[in-house]
Design a protein around this ligand. Structure first.
Ligand SMILES: [Zn+2]
Length: 484
């Protein structure tokens, strides 16, 4: 007992004997329990009652008021370690935590910690903590069918009268989350990566719960302590990893598989933005939103259109539009080519949008590479590109598709055209034949018109051709005799 307190002052103090020492991370409720024992109280509740407080409620703020009347060193530390209620949060060790992360009702202990020194550590009551990070031992709320008796004047006794100690420890490796929470009660820098560095403990815990919920996909989460704890533990590791890790993690969620039951899929997805509103930090919220979207795109459950278009390709498929862009053709042309090649493209189950695989895009690319431009065709046929264009306009020659406003041709159409033009009767004897070029010059007839006369009204006949020359350069023609 400190010597500075006079005898009369002591009589005015609320309790005759008190623990003068405050232990590390000890909250006021734990200190009161030790005080109950020091004062030989029958129960902790009765002791609290005897001080004019409610032994039923254990109002920590009221308890702090009592302690403040005692001459104890280290009261600041005790106050800091005590969860102080303030509107809808608890303030504890300089952190503001929402009510669901602190429990007053389902309290637990680490048997090993108690074995070392019998007192309450404030993080015993932090809901998301699963294991003691000092001992890698599970926090327990008692023994099987024998819960802890918190009315007992000493901490760690069960209702049936067993004193919890090292022999009751159940090994359970502490998670990164357990270490993080306890560390954040002691140190300022807990070594989180940049995307979480400046965020509050509450935000990180809330975001962990959200990632856990996204993974589970069950939209009806009863906020029991066990649920909050397991969601938080599930989500934390990938949250620390960042966007890519969260995406990988969520891609593996059972409800986000292509072949999983989609009964509540839409309802769950619609619920997500609302659920994520709980995360106060915009940056972190959109990191998780994006990871969820990417995971769905990757698993083929969402078409990467609009806001999601930046994830096109995540599932090794591309939208028509972005595939067209990569091929340097319009979506319309790509549609034409897909039909031409008989590509059976995948259509998104939900949006019905075309989705092209890498191989299919490659197939189209090859087709484009092998197509002929007007210069190629003019060289092959031995005419000008203007002539080629005129042949297409007269529908004598097929063009294949358009690219950047220019017609492209395929070899088989050119072959077909040549074959038709050369299917003349070689034995037919016709007088007055001349090379096609000469004929065109002398009559002032355009090439396309001459071809039309050969192919359509047969008033011009091909009588000879030189296979070593380009088609039109090696042709000889004669005018058909008009039958009287
Ligand atoms: Zn421990």
């Amino acid at each position: 007992m400190p010597s500075t307190v006079s005898a009369s002052a002591i009589e005015a103090l609320p309790m005759p004997i008190w623990p003068a020492e405050i232990y590390p991370l000890e909250p006021v409720q734990g200190w009161f329990q030790r005080a109950a024992k020091r004062n030989y109280a029958l129960s902790a509740d009765a002791f609290v009652d005897s001080l004019g407080l409610s032994g039923r409620d254990w109002d920590y703020d009221e308890m702090l008021k009592v302690v403040h009347q005692l001459p104890i060193d280290g009261l600041d530390a005790l106050e800091a370690s005590t969860p102080k209620r303030c509107d809808n949060i608890y303030e504890i060790c300089g952190h503001k935590l929402s009510l669901r992360f602190i429990t007053k009702s389902s309290r637990r202990v680490c048997p090993m910690c108690l074995d070392e020194r019998r007192y309450v550590r404030t993080w015993f009551d932090v809901v998301p903590v699963a294991s003691c990070p000092h001992h890698d031992v599970a926090l327990i709320d008692g023994l099987p069918s024998d819960p802890l008796d918190w009315r007992h004047p000493e901490i760690g006794w069960t209702k049936s009268g067993t004193k919890i100690g090292a022999e009751h420890a159940k090994m359970q490796i502490a998670s990164e989350l357990d270490h993080y929470i306890v560390r954040s009660f002691i140190a300022d820098d807990v070594g989180l990566p940049d995307h979480l560095k400046d965020l509050s403990l509450n935000t990180v815990l809330t975001a962990s719960v959200c990632v856990g919920k996204l993974f589970r996909g069950d939209e009806k989460h009863t906020p029991t302590h066990e649920n909050v704890r397991s969601l938080c533990q599930i989500g934390f590791d990938s949250l620390v990893g960042g966007g890519d890790t969260i995406t990988d993690f969520l891609s593996g969620a059972a409800w986000l598989q292509r072949d999983s039951d989609k009964g509540r899929y839409k309802v769950r997805c619609n619920d997500v933005p609302n659920m994520l509103q709980a995360i106060e930090d915009d940056g972190l919220r959109s990191l998780i939103t994006d990871a969820f979207a990417r995971a769905r795109v990757r698993n083929g459950l969402a078409t990467p259109s609009g806001r999601l278009s930046k994830y096109d390709g995540e599932d090794d498929r591309r939208n028509l539009k972005s595939a067209a862009r990569s091929l340097d053709v319009t979506s319309h042309t790509l549609g034409v080519l897909i039909r031409k090649l008989g590509i059976d493209s995948y259509r998104c189950q939900y949006t019905r949008a075309f989705r092209l695989s890498r191989e299919q895009i490659h197939l189209v690319q090859n087709y484009i590479n092998n197509s002929l431009c007007p210069d190629d065709v003019s060289r092959l046929l031995g005419c000008t590109t203007y002539d080629v264009h005129s042949l297409v306009k007269r529908r004598l020659l097929n063009m294949d598709f358009q690219m950047r406003g220019v017609f492209r041709y395929n070899q088989s159409d050119i072959n077909h055209f040549s074959t038709l033009l050369l299917s003349y009767d070689a034995d037919r004897c016709v007088n007055g034949s001349q090379p096609l070029r000469e004929f065109l010059m002398s009559r002032g007839v355009p090439l396309a018109e001459a071809c039309s006369r050969i192919l359509r009204d047969k008033s011009l006949l091909v009588v000879e051709h030189d296979p070593l020359l380009p088609l039109f350069a090696g042709l000889k023609v004669a005018e058909a005799e008009v039958v009287a």
